[in-house]
Write a protein that binds this ligand. Structure first.
Ligand SMILES: NC(=O)c1ccc[n+]([C@@H]2O[C@H](COP(=O)([O-])OP(=O)(O)OC[C@H]3O[C@@H](n4cnc5c(N)ncnc54)[C@H](OP(=O)(O)O)[C@@H]3O)[C@@H](O)[C@H]2O)c1
Length: 217
């Protein structure tokens, strides 16, 4: 099978698309036929070697994937199941998604709900998945759509834009904070009720403590 492989025999790193055997795949109780993997920022760091994202070599990068279970000895998964994986050190410590197959722990996999196809799951990617985890965390803390405006910072970025769309879709009044005024229409199109220029907020956020910000300049 084909895989992207990062090697570092000496001090210099090399990256190639190469043939690897299934026996070379790391241990795990589920073997997945990978349909898609996204190119995350972390993957770029791993591939370029610009940050020490890869903890061991050789490494197949790809911090996420969407695919179909080929073999499984994990109780929750059987061949044919459609799954996604985001994170868990995959593509950093454990061979990742930029390969035709991946062998991973079934504990890291999420079953893909029927209405979402593999390509859509990959398009949502780890950024979209992260945005949804943030929305779920807010809901767990009791934040409700009727509570007032909700601010999304970095709104035109990967996580921020999905968070904006998700929150707006759930009925929240989203105030999207961006440093890129040209993206205002894009953000309104995602459902933002208002768009705030980041420079309006810069310097106004203080750490909690004795000198807590009182709301003045
Ligand atoms: N992507 C993932 O899979 C993932 C997963 C887990 C955690 N995260 C974390 O989530 C955060 C956002 O990631 P991302 O993938 O959405 O990155 P991104 O696409 O690069 O978006 C980051 C956004 O942050 C804003 N920003 C840039 N410089 C800033 C500054 N100096 N002050 C305030 N805001 C600034 C920009 O928003 P505007 O364009 O609106 O100006 C930028 O688009 C990062 O901290 C990342 O580590 C990401």
């Amino acid at each position: 099978m084909k895989a992207v492989l990062i090697e570092k025999p000496e001090n210099t790193q090399s990256v190639s698309v190469t043939e690897v055997t299934e026996e070379q795949l790391p241990d795990g109780d589920v073997l997945v036929d990978v349909a898609y993997s996204t190119l995350n920022y972390k993957d770029a760091l791993a591939l370029t070697g610009k940050a020490p994202v890869v903890r061991r070599f050789p490494m197949v990068p790809g911090i996420d994937f969407a695919g179909t279970v080929a073999e499984s000895s994990h109780a929750d998964f059987k061949p044919g199941d459609r799954v996604i994986l985001n994170g868990w050190g995959v593509g950093e410590k454990h061979w990742g998604g930029l390969a035709e197959r991946a062998r991973v722990s079934g504990d890291w996999l999420v079953p893909l709900p029927a209405p979402i196809d593999l390509r859509q799951a990959a398009a949502i990617g780890t950024a979209g998945y992260t945005a949804m985890l943030c929305v779920l965390a807010l809901e767990r803390q009791g934040v409700m759509p009727g509570d007032g405006e909700i601010v999304v910072s970095g709104a035109a970025g990967g996580v921020g834009s999905v968070a904006t769309a998700l929150l707006a879709g759930k009925g929240y009044q989203v105030a999207a904070v961006t440093g890129r005024a040209a993206e205002a229409d894009y953000l309104r199109g995602l459902g933002a009720a208002s768009v705030i220029d980041r420079s309006e907020l810069t310097g106004k956020v203080r750490p909690l403590g004795p000198e807590r910000w009182s709301g003045g300049d």
